[in-house]
Design a protein around this ligand. Structure first.
Ligand code: AMP
Length: 497
């Protein structure tokens, strides 16, 4: 099967061929003819399957007829993050090289005015994150009543990020008679409900997950202490001793940890960039570019910022934090070992993480081998180690801990005590590690009313407080030097079953 057999226009086929693609991927082969036949499509596919081209190519063909009117886009693509939205724009530039279409990107973090000017000129393809799109619509600067084709991409990610109420509102602003394409990697019941609402008699197209844990990725877990400084130490050791290292993405669970780890690695001489939602758009774009080009060897990222990004040929993935959701583990390690290349995915596991790793192993149906000694599960009965012999994952006694660290690692309180954490002025993350406009925190981190959490341009709403992580009982209270803590608080506690 070649692209010329799918019903695409000659202009589109020649642009695809010029991109070097000869054969459609399964999602392209199955979806494109139905899109061109104006059917609604439910596409169950992950990034990496070629799903972007599965909607961009037929859109280009369909948009060859007709013209855009001011403030009334003809097609609308909704993406959960700015980076994904920007990637779709790139796809239009690549495959639409032979077309003269107006493509507009409406995302948070950049000027309203420029976006408004573009909308006024008339837009064939509007690519947007939900929050900023609604801002324009509420200001009366955008009419969605001319939308002929609506695409909801990464719907399950939209759900994770709390965008579903926005998506439902947008659904009421577009015409009932439009065509809808709906893409999701997974199909939880809430997504099924939204799909049922949005789609009319859809064709269901499902492609299997790209090889994740299977053949190309070597996985491992490495025991570490729970303390952030211990973890940084372990990570540096792993980075310095990694085999076949080319470049790596290092995942953290929180934006604040991304920023701290980035600073720490740079200060230790690593060539690293950071990607998280509190960075402004130009910093995010510059970080991605530097990593893609190979100017930076390490990309430290949060899940929200990195989800779905197309970064080919990553040799290593490190999980600095074990992800909250087992699904995220699969997405993270899927950043390496792509397109038949081999890759390595290593997870740092503190005693408190052992249970979460168990959930990941259950989801994948396979164990993640330990590299070195396993970590003792938190809450398990601990034995005193002989003097000077620390078990993997066990926290060292206070005084030794300081003696072991390099001076800058000894660090201010903020590096080691999430509860009392207070980064210096100017560096402080917004409360609750709030993502920027167009992004929201994962479900586990957000309050019940997502819309309130996302202040619109002129009316800032109260921000949710970050919930401090639950501290296990055997961990003594972190403080500046620990010297005044009573000794009994430093002893491991045996927890009865
Ligand atoms: P996506 O799933 O849309 O993020 O696409 C993943 C990667 O596959 C991107 O780098 C695309 O450029 C690439 N790609 C898309 N279509 C094809 C194709 N037919 N053959 C080979 N690679 C493709």
């Amino acid at each position: 099967m070649s692209f010329s057999h799918l019903g695409l226009s000659d202009k589109v086929v020649s642009a695809v061929e010029a991109s070097g693609y000869k054969t459609p991927t399964p999602i392209q082969e199955q979806a494109i003819p139905h899109v061109l036949a104006r059917r609604d499509v439910l596409g169950i596919a992950q990034t990496g399957t070629g799903k972007t081209a599965a909607f961009v190519l037929p859109m280009l063909t369909m948009l060859e007829k007709g013209r855009a009117r001011a403030r009334m886009p003809r097609t609308l693509i909704l993406e959960p993050t700015r980076e994904l939205a920007a990637q779709v724009v790139e796809a239009f530039e690549k495959y639409g090289a032979n077309h003269k279409l107006n493509v507009a990107l409406i995302i948070g973090g950049v000027s309203f005015g420029d976006q408004d000017v573009k909308l006024t000129r008339g837009v064939d393809v509007l690519i947007a994150t939900p929050g900023r799109l609604l801002d324009h619509s509420e200001r009366g600067r955008l009419l969605l009543s001319g939308v002929e084709l609506l695409i909801i991409d990464e719907a399950d990610r939209m759900l994770d990020m709390g965008f579903i109420p926005d998506i439902e509102r947008i659904g009421k602003l577009v015409p009932f008679t439009r065509q809808t394409l709906f893409f999701t990697a997974t199909m939880p019941s809430e997504i099924q409900r939204i799909a049922d609402n949005f789609l009319h008699n859809p064709v269901r197209v499902e492609v299997s997950k790209p090889a994740t844990a299977a053949t190309t990725i070597t996985q491992g877990q490495v025991a570490t202490g729970r303390d952030a400084a211990d973890k940084r130490d372990t990570l540096r050791r792993l980075l310095r001793s990694a085999d076949n290292f080319k470049n790596a993405i290092i995942f953290c669970n929180r934006k604040r940890e991304v920023a701290l780890l980035h600073k720490s690695l740079v200060s230790h001489g690593f060539n690293a960039v950071a990607l998280h939602g509190d960075l402004d758009q130009s910093a995010r774009t510059a970080a991605l570019e530097a990593f893609r080009k190979g100017d930076a060897k390490l990309l430290i990222a949060s899940d929200v910022a990195a989800r779905g990004l197309d970064i080919p040929a990553v040799s290593h993935v490190f999980n600095f934090d074990v992800p909250h959701h087992p699904d995220d583990y699969v997405h993270r390690i899927g950043r390496t070992g792509r397109a038949g290349l081999t890759g390595t995915a290593i997870t740092l596991v503190a005693p408190i993480d052992v249970k979460s790793v168990g959930a990941i192993e259950k989801l994948m149906g396979m164990p993640i081998p330990w590299m070195g000694e396993p970590a003792a599960a938190a809450g398990a009965v601990t034995e005193e180690s002989p003097r000077g012999e620390r078990k993997p994952g066990e926290r060292p006694p206070r005084k030794d801990q300081h003696a072991e660290r390099a001076p800058r690692e000894r660090g201010p309180r903020r590096e080691r005590s999430p509860r009392n954490e207070r980064p210096p002025q100017g560096e402080r993350a917004p409360q609750g590690d709030r993502p920027a406009q167009g992004e929201r925190p994962p479900q586990s981190e957000r309050p019940a009313q997502p819309r309130q959490e996302q202040p619109r341009a002129a009316k800032p709403a109260p921000r949710p407080e970050a919930r401090p992580p639950v501290r296990p009982r055997q961990e003594p209270m972190d403080d500046a030097d620990g010297s005044h803590l009573p000794a009994f608080l430093l002893r491991p506690v045996t927890i009865k079953a």
